[in-house]
Design a protein around this ligand. Structure first.
Ligand code: GDP
Length: 195
C-alpha cells in the first residue's frame, strides 16, 4: 500500500544556520508539499551527534567506503582503510555538530525519504546538481575539506532509507514532540476530489 505518511529526518547543519539559510531550505520542503510534523533548534551534545551518525559499527566502514567511492569519481584513488577513514569523518562531524546550533525536523509525505534526498543532492557539493539544495548553495569539496581536516560543508543531512529514518527520528525527538495533524494541502495533494 502506498504510504502518504512516510517520515524522514532532516538536520540543518551548523553551516546552514550560520549562513542564514534556515528559511530558504525549509521553504523548499514546504513548497514541495512535504508536511513539517516536528521541528526544533538545538545545540547537540557530542553523544547525540555520535549516536546520529553511528547506528551500528558497520556504519563506520560503510561511510569510509562511500567517501572512497566519491573520491574515485573525482579521479582520486584512496588507499586508506575504509574503517579508519570512516572514523575520522565521524570524528569531524561530531566536532562540527556539537559546536554550533542545528535545526532538526521531521517531514512527512508520500515518498518523503527519496524525495528529500533528491532535493538535497549528492553528498559532495562539487558534484551535486544545480537545482538541489547542496548544488545551489554550497561550493565545498572533499579535497578542500580533507586538507582542512573538517567535515565537508554540505548544509544538510537527510535520512537515507526507512531504517535510518526510524532510528534518526527517535534519536532527535520524543514521541510527544511529533504532531500528527490534518493540513489543507493533503486533500489537494492526494485526494481525487477536494471535498
Ligand atoms: P550524506 O548522506 O549525503 O550526508 O552522506 P554520508 O552519509 O556518506 O556522509 C555523511 C557526512 O560526512 C556528509 O554529509 C559529509 O558532511 C561528511 N563526509 C562524507 N564523506 C566525506 C569525505 O570524504 N570528506 C569529508 N571531509 N567529509 C565527508
Amino acid at each position: 500500500m502506498k504510504n502518504k505518511n512516510e517520515r524522514t529526518l532532516v538536520l540543518l547543519k551548523p553551516d546552514a544556520v550560520q549562513r542564514n539559510l534556515i528559511g530558504e531550505i525549509v521553504s523548499r520542503f514546504e513548497r514541495a508539499g512535504l508536511k513539517i510534523i516536528a521541528m526544533k533548534f538545538l545545540l547537540p551534545t557530542k553523544e547525540q551527534a555520535y549516536k546520529h551518525y553511528v547506528k551500528n559499527e558497520e556504519e563506520i566502514e560503510a561511510l569510509g567506503n562511500r567517501s572512497i567511492e566519491g573520491k574515485r569519481k573525482n579521479g582520486v584513488e584512496v588507499t586508506m582503510d575504509p574503517k579508519v577513514l570512516g572514523q575520522s569523518i565521524i570524528d569531524r562531524l561530531v566536532e562540527f555538530l556539537s559546536h554550533s546550533p542545528v535545526v532538526a525536523l521531521v517531514l512527512e509525505g508520500s515518498n518523503s525519504i527519496p524525495i528529500v534526498r533528491k532535493m538535497v543532492g549528492s553528498t559532495e557539493p562539487l558534484n551535486s546538481d544545480v537545482g538541489t539544495i547542496r548544488g545551489d548553495y554550497t561550493i565545498d569539496s572533499y579535497a578542500l575539506a580533507d586538507d582542512d581536516n573538517r567535515a565537508v560543508r554540505n548544509l544538510i543531512h537527510a535520512s537515507a532509507n526507512e531504517f535510518d529514518a526510524d532510528y534518526e527520528i527517535k534519536a532527535w525527538f520524543n514521541d510527544n514532540e511529533i504532531y500528527t495533524y490534518k493540513n489543507i494541502r493533503d486533500a489537494v495533494l492526494y485526494d481525487e476530489r477536494f471535498n
